[in-house]
Design a binder for this molecule. Sequence first.
Ligand SMILES: C[S@@+](CC[C@H](N)C(=O)[O-])C[C@H]1O[C@@H](n2cnc3c(N)ncnc32)[C@H](O)[C@@H]1O
Length: 192
Amino acid sequence: MSRFDDAYYRRYYGDGGVHDHARIGHLATAVHELCAWWEVPPESMLDVGAGVGMWRDWYVATHPHVRTLSIDVSEHACTTWGHEQHDIATWTPSQTFDLVVCHSVLHYLDDAAVAAAIEHLATATRYVLYLELPTEHDLLELVDPERSDMEVFRRTGTWYRRLLEPWFQQAGAGLWVRRGAVALFELEAARP
Ligand SMILES: C[S@@+](CC[C@H](N)C(=O)[O-])C[C@H]1O[C@@H](n2cnc3c(N)ncnc32)[C@H](O)[C@@H]1O
């Protein structure tokens, strides 16, 4: 039985869960509009580890012309919220997406699987990746253990950056732009 079952989603995405549709709406609006500012307004979006499908739902509701694909490794999530079932450690899409979202997923994968997953995310991303996950620091200092799953891999930000930076430039606030596809002003980026 997968850990990502009905009880998991009720525990972390029910009342008082980690985030909800309203909060994702604020975040998705900001991400979408920053892409537009960079002159790459998303016409397609891939949600990796989509869970209850909040990003996909936001796009369908607010930008119905955007082509969306949501995937998840959990059979329960795929059956309940309508995703394709794939493991990002072993799967790449056959086409790229302007925006790829991977929100709160990679800390569930072991080291080798994260390395493979980041290569697959890079292959899938035409312009912009939105990536969020708690690092070792966040789990110690910021994350509320009552509301969040603490049974996850604890790695440093440096560890993740080493894998991401060959493919992406960090813009900040979870946004990573595909090298060569989006040009950021020097002080617009978090890192060169
Ligand atoms: C914490 S939930 C995040 C759900 C959603 N992204 C959100 O932020 O609301 C983690 C999700 O990642 C999915 N997941 C975990 N490992 C995965 C993998 N290797 N490939 C694809 N999805 C995965 C789980 O099934 C679960 O739905």
